[in-house]
Design a protein around this ligand. Structure first.
Ligand code: IMP
Ligand code: MG
Length: 171
């Protein structure tokens, strides 16, 4: 069963707040947003439309190994970025930070390309479930445990089309 956790209006307000924080931090410098596929595509699309800095968008597909609701720690890169990011301001856009293993791997990989700056913007942060020390620089919502779907986020590839964010309760 799905229980609504964040409405589209709440999401819109959170995304607007993140966009304002980012605009304030980067003055009018160029930013390259790296959208982590697939879960962040909707969030990225909304976020960048609220930011007036000169910006570019690129996409990276990193999959935590295995299916189900738990990251196993092994991360494979399915699609790499195409933009050069050396000496650029880079913001990784992630849907959810859970154990933090995926993002740590991605961040380390991107850091090797020597960006000018590298930050993380996450819509959702499950801080209590962290297994490695990594924080979002811009975070939309913090939540406790629970598996969420909607607004681009899936369970077994379903529910990405829902405009609100839901938590799966029961079976
Ligand atoms: P981590 O490596 O454990 O931090 O895994 C993070 C990734 O797992 C996220 O980018 C999501 O793709 C996925 N994930 C974690 N929690 C959820 C959830 O509640 N719903 C859907 N996907 C999730
Ligand atoms: Mg993801």
């Amino acid at each position: 069963m799905l229980k609504k956790l964040f409405s589209r209006e709440e999401i819109d307000r959170a995304v607007k707040r993140l966009a304002t924080e980012i605009e304030n931090d980067y003055d009018n410098e160029q930013i390259i947003f790296i959208c982590l596929l697939k879960g962040s595509f909707m969030f990225t699309a909304d976020l960048i439309r609220k930011i007036r800095n000169p910006l570019r968008v690129d996409f990276l597909r990193a999959s935590s190994y295995g299916c189900g609701t738990n990251s196993k720690g092994e991360v494979t890169i399915g699609k790499d970025i195409e933009e050069g990011i050396e000496s650029e301001n880079v913001i990784i856009v992630e849907d959810i930070i859970d154990s933090g293993l995926t993002l740590t791997r991605v961040r380390n990989m991107l850091q090797e390309k020597n960006p000018k700056s590298l930050r993380i913007c996450a819509l959702l942060d499950k801080r209590a479930r962290r297994k490695v020390d990594i924080e979002g620089d811009y975070v939309g919502f913090t939540l406790e445990d629970g598996f969420v779907v909607g607004y681009g986020i899936d369970y077994a590839e379903e529910y990405r089309n829902l405009p609100d964010i839901f938590v799966i309760v029961g079976e």
